[in-house]
Write a new protein. Sequence first.
Lengths: 114, 115
Amino acid sequence: NAGVTQTPKFQVLKTGQSMTLQCAQDMNHEYMSWYRQDPGMGLRLIHYSVGAGITDQGEVPNGYNVSRSTTEDFPLRLLSAAPSQTSVYFCASSRDRGRSGGYTFGSGTRLTVV
Amino acid sequence: GNSVTQMEGPVTLSEEAFLTINCTYTATGYPSLFWYVQYPGEGLQLLLKATKADDKGSNKGFEATYRKETTSFHLEKGSVQVSDSAVYFCALTPDGGGSNYKLTFGKGTLLTVNP
């Protein structure tokens, strides 16, 4: 199994540009999440989804949109990139709210906004 | 709200030394507790877990015991190797139903093991 696949691995954007970070999982997991990782901040939840058609905001949702049209895919959209969005982004999925099996993470997208 | 506090690093050890990384949490009920590991340039991998009080999670020589009375889940390894060099994250998912499932992380501890 591929697990959780994120694309691209690296991206450089100019301030004001938009882009979509892709995330796909092949484990039929209901729960999917996006986190950003910044030095000294740990991982912070941006948005999450408990199933197709259902999304909600996490701790730091401003400047990001998500949708969940299928179980497999959970793209993250940056509407108008800002230097403060320079970060490493991780997508994660789980079968059971993460209670017993934990979460499976993608390998990350390193985004730089100049 | 829920929170996880883990010892700040960086931690530098010699090969074969004993490792402890402290982790305490704040949450109601009985959260599930996890240690994740992040090797350089990679995503997070689940290292071990415990889902109820007094459970011991173990994997690759690492162990952690879910202590409800002290709200702790300290990570230990008896003899570290250079290949254990990574960032370690303590995390929890809360007890309860509904959509209350979010994973809450500590800030991570960088471990460097020297030969």
